[in-house]
Design a protein around this ligand. Structure first.
Ligand code: PHE
Length: 346
């Protein structure tokens, strides 16, 4: 039996040597390793042999099988390499053709703007924190001086969660602004705090060119001893110059937000007409870019900051609005309608 196996091995290898096409190789495989091959036949008949013979022949036959399989695998590689070489020779495969360029992704314009604004504030010493999109009524309204039935709630059209408390109140909502994070951060830290909060906010809006039901805001606030309105103005003036150009001037006017006192609105002089009046600034020469103010003493008290010791400022700005101004985009819906012709421009 041993001799027979050796004979088989010599014959198989001899034939394998001269093969150089995939189809001949497959025929060889069937001949020597296939179901009806002599080797398979030998292995199948092992069962009928005595224990002694079974051991000796079995080991040898299995060794031969492994050997042939290995030889086959090696040959397969060699054959396919020579196949490629032949294709190149015949000119069917032109390896000098340029490949397909990989399509590269890019950052969404909102992401780019978020990063740019965060960079500006982090270099001024602000940390960056994020908060939950689904918020408690307490943080979104109550703790910010907007109690139930306060008319200020009408400033925000709100998307409420279905969940209800026993008395029929809806305690959760999609946050309408990033200001609730003022409370969360102050609850968990002692002054000084100086952070910005980028994130999504939601409003129950019929969408149009200037309204989306989801958009981004960046909240910023600083609380410490001796923080004054001058700090607010200096910080935001610096921000405006870094984002919209060194030559910008800013204008602060009174505004109302229940959680600040005093409240202000900041505008920059129109960078398109330099204040002369054009379509972008609706002829006024000024463009409103954010709301801000000094943190209300009542808000500080609620998080156990002593308003006699600590003061702070806060601001909130719309990220898409910055982009629309900067790039002259006239429809906010373009940002989230996934039209690559728009997105690829950034
Ligand atoms: N949260 C306000 C808004 O969404 C903006 C704001 C933030 C105003 C902080 C003052 C201070 O309109």
């Amino acid at each position: 039996m041993k001799a027979k196996l050796e004979e088989l091995r010599a014959k198989a290898i001899n034939e394998l040597d001269s093969i150089d096409s995939p189809s001949d190789l497959e025929a060889w495989r069937i001949r020597y390793l296939g179901r009806k091959s002599a080797l398979t036949e030998i292995l199948r008949r092992l069962a009928n042999l005595s224990l002694e013979e079974k051991r000796a022949t079995g080991a040898a036959a299995n060794e031969l099988r492994a050997f042939l399989e290995k030889a086959l695998a090696l040959k397969k590689e060699a054959v396919s390499e020579s196949e490629i070489a032949r294709s190149i020779e015949r000119g069917r495969l032109d390896v000098t053709l340029p490949g397909y360029p990989p399509t590269l992704g890019r950052l969404h314009p909102t992401t780019q703007m978020l990063r740019q604004i965060c960079d500006i504030f982090t270099t001024m010493g602000f940390g960056v924190v994020e908060g939950p999109d689904v918020e408690w009524d307490y943080y979104n309204f109550e703790a910010l001086n907007i109690p139930q039935d306060h008319p200020a709630r009408d400033m925000w059209d709100t998307l409420w969660m279905d969940s209800e408390t026993a008395d029929g109140q809806r305690p959760m909502l999609l946050r309408t602004h990033t200001s609730p994070m003022q409370i969360r951060v102050m609850e968990s830290r002692r002054p000084p705090v100086r952070v910005i909060v980028p994130g999504k906010v939601y409003r129950y809006e019929a969408t149009d060119a200037t309204h989306e039901s989801m958009f981004y805001q960046i909240e910023g606030f600083a609380v410490d001893r001796n923080i004054t309105l001058a700090d607010l103005k200096g910080t935001l003036f610096e921000f405006a110059k870094r984002l919209f150009g060194e030559e910008r001037t800013v204008r602060f006017r009174c505004d109302y937000f229940p959680f600040v006192e005093p409240g202000v609105e900041m505008a920059i002089d129109c960078f398109l007409c330099n204040g002369g009046g054009c379509q972008l600034c609706s002829g006024s020469g000024w463009i409103e870019i954010l709301g801000a103010g000094m943190v209300h003493p009542e808000v500080l008290r609620r998080v156990n900051y002593d308003p006699e010791v600590y003061t702070g400022f806060a601001f909130g700005l719309g990220v898409e609005r910055m982009l629309m101004l900067k790039h002259g985009i006239d429809d906010i819906r373009l940002f989230y309608s996934n039209d690559l012709r728009f997105l690829r421009q950034f």
